[in-house]
Design a protein around this ligand. Structure first.
Ligand SMILES: [Zn+2]
Length: 370
């Protein structure tokens, strides 16, 4: 009688552990490799002149015939940004992604002129995918971008759950986290849980996006002059909130920064951000309105030297110059390691006379925690 000895499962990360960015898990057995996420990392001052840091795909290239599918948890760059580079390196038979992530990936591939090489399939909560001996299913979580999911991989050797990025937000901006499905998975048993979180070492709870909405409203209610709000272009939920509050206070919205414009276009066309066309104006029209009728939403909350906010702070932006009375809001937490770059931009803005609002008590000029 022959006895089959199956190869144990290997689970490894090609990026994303112990760093913020380039998330990429792989699950491998004798015949199959499936990948969860393929992100980039944005280099800080340590890599001058480098645009992106991508995971090392050597192992996948050496085992290209075993790579069967890529699963995406959500549409943040540190989870999808590496896809064009991966597809250039080896054939990925199919990519499964939730709706918004799929739209962002499609756009990314069009920009790279590789959209014809994109075997993209959208999944929803109930989708189940069989890849050889792996059975893959999904559960909805709440995060700072709509359509974020955790991934369950049932293998002959046991169940692996990767949560993706999430926070338990009981008053989210979009659909609820599927706690029922998560509880059921817990009851049935999970053999390996993969879950990591930025700032996990900090005590306490992450506030709900609803609290953030109140804080944004407070800033709008107190700002007498022009408002400039900087956040990640991928933080669709936050942009949505800023737009809603802008509508309440009758401020026209100006979008500055290429990635912010792109995120806004995609989110509006898919219905994730709902604002009338006449609320958005081109930067050249800022001068046609009073300062208290304008909110500028821009990139650069991490102090990135080439992003819109840095250019505005340095006086290099053709349409926006800081003047006393402007309020500048950093509406994103600092990614560890970016503190010096952020401080530099805050100093520049303060020198020009702006009131700067950050979520860090580290910066003495801060007016309010948001
Ligand atoms: Zn994320």
């Amino acid at each position: 009688m022959t006895k089959t000895i199956s190869m144990p499962i290997s689970i490894y990360a090609l990026g994303g552990l112990g760093e913020v960015g380039k998330n990429m898990y792989c699950i491998e057995n004798e015949e199959t490799i499936i990948i969860i996420d393929c992100g980039v990392r944005f280099p800080g001052v340590e890599f001058p002149g480098i645009d992106y840091v991508v995971p090392d795909f050597t192992h996948l290239k050496n085992n290209r015939n075993k790579v069967k599918a890529l699963f995406i948890t959500h549409g943040h760059e540190d989870h999808i940004g590496g896809i064009p580079f991966l597809i250039q390196s080896l054939n990925i038979p199919v990519i499964y992604a939730p709706r918004l992530a799929a739209a962002l990936i499609r756009n990314k591939m069009e920009e790279s002129r590789m959209s014809d090489r994109l075997p993209l399939v959208e999944y929803i909560d109930d989708t189940v995918v069989n890849v050889d001996s792996f059975r893959v299913s999904f559960f909805r979580v709440t995060h700072s971008i709509p359509d974020s999911f955790g991934i369950v991989v049932d293998t002959p050797e046991g169940r692996i759950v990767s949560t993706g990025d999430f926070k338990v937000d009981l008053t989210p901006i979009g659909p609820d986290i599927n706690l029922t499905k998560m509880a059921k998975l817990g009851q049935e048993g999970v053999d390996l849980l993969l879950s990591d979180s930025t700032n996990a070492e900090n005590e306490g709870y992450t506030p709900s996006e609803k609290n953030v909405l109140d804080a944004i409203d407070d800033v709008f209610s107190k700002a007498a002059g022009r408002l400039i709000v900087s956040t990640f272009s991928s933080n669709i939920s936050r942009i949505q909130q800023i737009c809603e509050v802008a509508a309440k206070y009758n401020r026209k919205i100006v979008i500055i920064g290429r990635s912010m414009e792109k995120a806004m276009d995609i989110s509006r066309s898919y219905g994730y951000i709902k604002i009338p066309d006449d609320m958005i104006i081109e930067p050249e029209r800022i001068k046609d309105f009073k300062s208290n009728q304008i909110v500028i939403i821009c990139t650069g909350s991490q102090g990135e030297p080439m992003a819109a906010l840095s250019r505005i702070a340095n006086g290099d932006h053709k349409d926006v110059h800081i003047s006393p009375g402007d309020t500048v809001v950093f509406s994103s937490s600092a990614i560890p390691g970016n503190g010096i770059m952020i401080d530099h931009v805050v100093n520049q803005l303060t020198r020009c006379g702006a009131d700067v609002v950050t979520n860090s008590t580290r910066i003495k000029t801060c007016l309010k925690i948001i």
